[in-house]
Design a protein around this ligand. Structure first.
Ligand code: ADP
Ligand code: MG
Length: 253
């Protein structure tokens, strides 16, 4: 059974006191198993709304979402999420934070402990298991969030601007690290960003959304070989792909 994420005619409107806000859609999309898809779009176009829908945190106003052919109805261990802020519990250690979802996900404690050790090694934090979040840099905290996201071995990773709050150099390092982790784990990823370069570096496919209500205006496959390395960043193919995408945003900067 493949774990495709499928959206059919998905729309989302928010009801507020001042009326209805059409935030997203209609969106039709199939994200194949193991595919890395980035979503680019202007601020307020519905990117986070798309991530929340796929995570089962909100229900669509119209249309259907399925993962592996099964309807998405609420958060599930099939899906891991990372948002802009890692939302770690300050009074728990790094390892305890990674293990936090285990109970909710029905993962037995011994298995969760073993898996936490492996994941901390994967994100390069094995020496920090017993530290507290405030003892870590922002980039390290976000890596804890990535380890936690991977705890239940989800089929789909949802990442909503996970590196947006970090400084440029940390961001670049984590982008490289994410590509390494993804090449080992081959999960399906929906990666939301407002950085064209980040999208081109990481993704197999890049969906460009229109201003609100966000619709897919381009479904682009950057023709860039894998594995992508720091050298990729300066290559003509890479620059051409960034240039190709930038034309969507010249009126929004
Ligand atoms: P993006 O992540 O692309 O910046 P969002 O998905 O967060 O955009 O929001 C899309 C639109 O929906 C925006 O206009 C935003 O103000 C509105 N919106 C988002 N969440 C809510 C909410 N809970 N209630 C009302 N409006 C919302
Ligand atoms: Mg957002």
């Amino acid at each position: 059974m493949t774990q495709d994420l499928q959206l059919t005619g998905v729309r989302l409107s928010y009801r507020t006191r001042r009326g209805t806000i059409e935030a997203l859609g209609p969106i039709d999309l199939t994200l194949g198993e193991g595919e890395f898809v980035a979503v680019l779009g202007p601020s307020g176009c519905g990117k986070s709304t798309l991530a929340k829908l796929a995570a089962g945190l909100i229900e669509p106003t119209a249309g259907t979402l399925t993962l592996g052919g099964v309807g998405i109805a609420g958060p599930s261990r099939r899906t891991g999420v990372v948002f802009q802020k890692p939302n770690l519990l300050p009074w728990r250690t790094v390892a305890q934070n990674v293990m936090l979802p285990a109970a909710t996900l029905g993962l037995p404690a011994p298995a969760a402990r073993e898996r936490t050790g492996e994941l901390l090694a994967l994100v390069g934090l094995e020496r920090y298991a017993a530290n507290y979040p405030h003892e870590l840099s922002g980039g390290m905290q976000q890596r804890v969030g990535i380890a936690r996201m991977l705890l239940a071995d989800p089929a789909l990773l949802l990442m909503d601007e996970p590196f947006a709050a970090l400084d440029a150099l940390t961001r670049e390092a984590l982008t490289l690290e994410l590509q390494r982790i993804w090449s080992q784990q081959r999960k399906s990823v929906l990666f939301i960003t407002h950085s064209i370069a980040e999208a081109v570096f990481l993704a197999d496919r890049i969906l460009v959304l229109s201003p609100r209500p966000g619709r897919i205006v381009e479904d682009y496959r950057p023709p860039i070989a894998r594995p992508r390395t720091p050298d990729t960043l300066g290559q003509p193919d890479f620059n051409a792909a960034c240039h190709h995408l930038r034309r969507h945003f010249t009126h929004h900067v």
